[in-house]
Ligand binder design. Structure first.
Ligand code: ADP
Ligand code: MG
Length: 498
């Protein structure tokens, strides 16, 4: 199939169509054919004005991928075609998946079933060779097809991100269990936990863990038939298939895999027919012992209008949560992300950032990128001043929510104890009481879990935190002096900061 024939630009007038044709040619000239096939074949020109050229792709994964890896190619292509610089934005238009349907290459044709299966794998070749091959095949998302290879390997139409591996995943109290469960599922697919249901709010590493699981399975069994996709793709593909009357093909694709991984399954909310279909997909796979892995922004019971039978099935295996990272984990992530980009962060700088970004790991990553970019451009060493300069908004605007560090500072200052004492094993009243107060305050005003809070105090477990919170709550309720003290703390912590 020639790529040109597969293009389906949004019809926004012939001028735009011609422009999009030229843009696509320019884009295509900047990459390998399979990259163009994977990322740009179904893209469309969404809009163009004097300032911005907007390019639409079918899902958020493609959007993020384009933003990360193809920003430059896009900017250059626009400059080449328009003879001037414009900002290029990438947006999501789920309808693109629908538009792609009538084209001979339905989404299925994007399944990378080529390289792995067709590449001759000499008997006795080192396992590593296969693994590398597998990584390349998945990462590039090659569109090479081979009928002989059908069914041998199925991945999503977007490929796996080579960076999302267990090796690159920082483990802390917030995600230890989820990490272990993902490892377990990868080691014994279909046996350890089925389904494996991972939930947590955005930017906490769900997609990263799910893809790590896929990579780990591929490492052991490079020919495993893994289907990784976002729920959005499942929904779109299902709608497509209904419209085109090839539901049998759809079912064949989703029910003939060893591992089905659906990211963001909460997007099934309020989609009756797709839920129905997914129910049958689930049953078929489950009954034949195939591994099902799901991620969601909320636990099964909280997904709006999710059919009860799906809720109960999602709970059959293991349901686990990734929580916001505690301070130490944030430090470790910052350092790791920086090291991955070739620079080391000192403890001082890492803690400066970790204090201010306390929920979302994607934001931690963004801060590192910004800081290193700033240091690179300015040629200055990474100092606290440079960090303040580079991340100005972090240091000024975002002081609304009190952080764990605010609480610890307040409590250590008031009681005249050291942070290391609070984190030590000491249980004298002079130390235990301030520690319990700090735990109580953390429970009241931060979003950290019990385990997360325990992590700030030398890794104490959640029952210790529960005990502390209950004890201080009782004092608060029964003793006016304690109540005044605690309310004073809360008032100061929640007062707007400078
Ligand atoms: P989610 O799917 O939960 O929204 P992602 O998996 O997309 O979150 O994670 C957001 C970003 O943060 C990704 O770049 C991911 O690599 C990174 N990330 C998340 N958790 C970790 C972790 N524990 N260690 C290293 N990187 C992480
Ligand atoms: Mg995700």
């Amino acid at each position: 199939m020639k790529p040109q024939e597969a293009l389906s630009p949004a019809s926004k007038g012939s001028t735009n169509e011609a422009l999009w044709d030229s843009l696509q040619r320019a884009i295509r000239s900047r990459m390998k054919p399979e990259q163009f096939e994977t990322w740009f074949r179904r893209a469309a020109l969404a809009s163009i004005d004097g300032e911005v050229v907007r390019i639409a792709v079918q899902n958020t994964f493609s959007r993020d991928w384009l933003r990360t890896y193809y920003a430059e190619a896009l900017a250059e292509s626009v400059r080449e075609v328009l003879h001037e610089t414009r900002r290029v934005e990438v947006t999501v238009d789920p309808e693109l998946s629908l538009q792609a349907a009538p084209v001979p290459a339905a989404p299925q044709a994007q399944v990378s079933r080529g390289p792995l299966a067709t590449a001759p794998t000499p008997a006795g070749a080192p396992a590593g060779a296969d693994r590398t091959l597998a990584r390349e095949a998945h990462a590039i998302g090659s569109a090479r097809t081979s009928e002989g290879a059908r069914g041998l390997l199925a991945t999503s139409d977007v490929g796996l991100n080579p960076k999302y591996t267990f090796d690159n995943f920082v483990v802390g109290p917030c995600n230890r269990f989820a990490h272990a469960a993902a490892l377990g599922s990868a080691e014994a697919p279909g046996k350890a936990y089925n389904p494996f249901f991972l939930h947590g709010s955005v930017g906490l590493g769900k997609t990263h863990l799910l893809q790590s699981l896929c990579w780990a399975i591929l490492d052991r069994a490079p020919r495993a038939r893994i289907l990784f996709l976002s729920c959005e793709t499942f929904v779109n593909h299902f709608i497509n298939s209904l419209e085109n009357g090839d539901i049998a093909k759809f079912r064949n694709k989703y029910r003939n895999v060893d591992v089905l991984v659906v990211d963001d399954i909460h997007l099934l909310a309020n989609k009756e027919r797709t839920q129905e279909e997914f129910f049958h997909t689930f049953n078929t796979l489950y009954q034949s012992g195939k591994q099902i892995v799901l991620s969601s922004d909320s636990p099964p019971k909280d997904i709006p209008s999710l059919q009860e039978r799906l809720v109960s099935r999602f709970k059959w295996g293991l349901v686990t949560e990734v929580e916001p990272p505690c301070f130490e984990t944030r430090m470790a992530i910052l350092k790791r992300k920086s090291r991955e980009r070739g620079r080391e962060l000192t403890d001082e700088i890492a803690s400066l950032l970790a204090e201010r970004i306390d929920s979302n790991i994607r934001e931690l990553e963004g801060a590192v990128t910004k800081l290193l970019g700033f240091a690179g451009v300015s040629g200055l060493p990474i100092s606290a001043d440079l960090a303040r300069e580079a991340l100005r908004e972090l240091f000024h605007a975002r002081r609304g929510q009190p952080s764990m560090e605010d609480i610890l500072t307040l409590v250590t200052e008031h009681f005249g104890v050291k942070l290391s004492d609070l984190q030590s094993k000491k249980r004298t009243n002079a130390i235990a009481y301030p520690r319990q107060v700090a735990m109580y305050l953390a429970r009241q005003i931060t979003r950290h879990s019990l385990e997360g809070i325990g992590g700030f105090f030398g890794g104490r477990d959640h029952s210790t935190v529960i005990y502390a919170v209950e004890k201080i709550q009782t004092l608060h309720d029964q003793d006016p002096a304690t109540r005044a003290l605690l309310d004073g703390f809360l008032g100061r912590l929640q007062a707007p900061h400078a």
